[in-house]
Design a protein around this ligand. Sequence first.
Ligand code: NAP
Ligand code: G4F
Length: 325
Amino acid sequence: MTKNALVTGITGQDGAYLAKWLLEKGYAVHGVMARRGSDSLWRLRELGVADDVRYIDGDLLDVTSLIRAMEISRADEVYNLGAMSFVGTSWTQPILTAQVTGVGAVNVLEAVRIVNNKARFYQASTSEMFGLIQAAKQDESTPFYPRSPYGVAKLMAHWATVNYRESFGLHASSGILFNHESPLRGPEFVTRKVTLAVARIKNGLQKELRLGNIDAKRDWGFAGDYVQAMWSMLQQKAADDYVIATGTTTTVRNMCEIAFAHVGLKYEDYVVIDPEFFRPAEVDVLLGNPAKALDQLGWAPTTSLSELIGMMVDADMRRLEHRPA
Ligand code: NAP
Ligand code: G4F
């Protein structure tokens, strides 16, 4: 029997990779689509799956639309990937962030509980919840200390997931994913901002790259690897929480070095530090310990940071070659 999956955030980076993964596994994939002015299907189109997803109008802020989406999709598995996901914006739009990223998750949990409490639920939790880190390597038992309104909202969603599991017996799992990137990453996030700039500089379209705190360290992996872990969590007998990470950390500075070197340039010649991109409170370093996922899910990352950044620079170079004149 074909399984039905319902994905919020279907138009985002992870939504696109997850849709492709699930379609390849034979799922009928239903995506909750928030109403937007501009074309939001470009990622699904780039992966060649835009016509294979069944779209359902809906918004994380409107629980009735999520109940309707549960009814239409007859979902066996629900992946809540929708969020206001850009940390920087969460200081200027904290209420929206709390509502979409925090309360939105509770809305999805309620829709699952009301329509089909046997459906399995995945919450897109984040290493941002560790914030001011309380252990050198963060795992499932590391205490949280969020440093942004986004991190605070995600913590609410995370604990709501745990609470619905414990209160109502929902098969609700939380994936605590560290930063994951790809050629489909939004251009506001630092890796894509850098790879896009490298391609533009190489093509003579840009002279410099303005960045904030390049001493921050992140544990970066490839989004294509990470969506497989999401699916894997929902195939387990019991729901649980898992850290998904590579187990290595790198500064933004070194990531820049890799990206510029990929096209034979030196980052020092182009990067300009601009206070505009510093955050009111920074997460200085993230480094995950994915041992539990390795052990229980058999999941492991397959893509090194150099491979990932190379793939992103190459994709941005190709996009510039094919842009309309
Ligand atoms: P993304 O590219 O920013 O995608 C976010 C998605 O949420 C988009 O499809 C967006 O739709 C949708 N969305 C926003 N507001 C909505 C609303 N009110 N109702 C319904 N949908 C709404 O994020 P991502 O990188 O794919 O990440 C997926 C999830 O994982 C997010 O929850 C993110 O917070 C979390 N996460 C990401 C990372 C990472 O490193 N990528 C790490 C840990 C956790 P529009 O584009 O139409 O606005
Ligand atoms: O790429 P970023 O914006 O990602 P950030 O803040 O780590 O958040 C991402 O990962 C989280 C998982 O830990 C997700 F939950 C979240 O949704 C998102 O996907 O920034 C990375 C680092 C930060 O320390 C930031 O201060 O890069 C630093 N940075 C330095 N200059 C910059 C810039 N970040 C951005 N976006 N733009 C800059 O110019």
